[in-house]
Design a protein around this ligand. Structure first.
Ligand code: RRO
Length: 300
């Protein structure tokens, strides 16, 4: 089941969606189990910004009947903190595992900010590829870049020469024409696109059974709106991945509601080269390994 992805040799086609699996925290929680069967063939970091961010105020999660709305708001140490503290620890873990390349996901609100992030990643050999998050639905910056093909092409074109590493553009599903955005990323020089990020969603403060809630009415999540993921978005993901894969010539990483091998096979069947597991890893941290194993059994 090994796959060549932009020149990286992966043991199988299953990776994680950015921000859905903290490998260092998982190492602390699961130790040897994680070392003996790491769930993903490549590891994608959470989104890193130039400056440290505390993230959104709580509540940050809301469960829907078939999904999860998150409004995490990019909490991270900033690029300097990530490179100094997380990257060395991640590099040791991934090196111990053999060949699990590290993909670092970054987000900036301007081309200049994104350029600085890409340059910082370029300077570190531990990072195998860079993923640009132009699709966060929770923070105003980034949304416009990813949803507007003209701006997206301009940004990708501006940062492309700054790295020799594979450059992946993670697309937003909250755009009028996702295939047009994918084509714009490709025209700007992206080596691959990944999709879908979460769908913009709103949860309201629940009314308690006995009558109106004691909590104030209005949006439940501290950040206001959030992003919907999980089984609820799988059919949307399948449609968007199919329409993008039909139009672009670069590899596509498909994700959205994958919780078993049949779901992964569907995304590969409509043209994805790799499949990412996201929300399911919160229920079962070893889901990636299970899906990769089952996928090998059903597709050979
Ligand atoms: O941090 C977040 O709230 C977040 C991000 Br950066 C993203 O890309 N997608 C998402 O659902 N949440």
């Amino acid at each position: 089941m090994s796959v060549d992805f932009c020149g990286l040799e992966l043991a199988h086609p299953v990776i994680n969606g950015s921000g859905t699996f903290d490998a260092l925290a998982a190492l602390g929680a699961f130790g040897e189990v994680l070392r003996s069967e790491f769930p993903f063939a490549a590891y994608v970091s959470k989104t890193i910004t130039l400056e440290p961010r505390p993230g959104n105020p709580p509540p940050r999660l809301w469960e829907t009947p078939a999904g999860l709305i998150n409004s995490i708001g990019l909490p991270n140490k900033g690029v300097a903190g990530y490179l100094a503290e997380d990257l060395p620890a991640l590099a040791i873990l991934l090196a111990e595992l053999g060949s699990v390349p590290l993909i670092t996901n970054v987000m900036g609100s301007t081309a200049a900010e994104i350029a600085e992030l890409v340059e910082a990643c370029e300077a570190r050999p531990e990072i195998a590829a860079v993923e640009l998050n132009v699709s966060c639905p929770n923070v105003k910056t980034g949304l416009d870049i990813g949803a507007d093909p003209g701006q997206l092409e301009e940004v990708v074109r501006a940062v492309r020469p700054l790295t020799g590493k594979p450059l992946i553009v993670k697309l937003t599903p909250n755009a009028a024409d996702v295939a047009a955005c994918a084509l714009a990323a490709e025209a700007g020089g992206a080596d691959a696109v990944s999709l879908i990020n979460t769908l913009r969603a709103l949860a309201l403060t629940p009314v308690s059974r006995g009558g109106p809630s004691a909590l104030p009415e209005g949006p439940w999540l501290g950040g206001g709106t959030g992003g919907l993921s999980g089984p609820a978005i799988r059919a949307v993901a399948l449609a968007q991945v199919a329409s993008v894969a039909e139009r672009v010539s670069i590899p596509v990483i498909g994700m959205g509601g994958v919780s078993n091998a049949a779901h992964a096979r569907d995304l590969l069947g409509v043209g994805a080269t790799l499949v990412a597991v996201g929300t399911e890893s919160f229920r079962d941290p070893m889901a990636g390994a299970r899906i990769a194993r089952e996928l090998a059994a059903i597709v050979g």
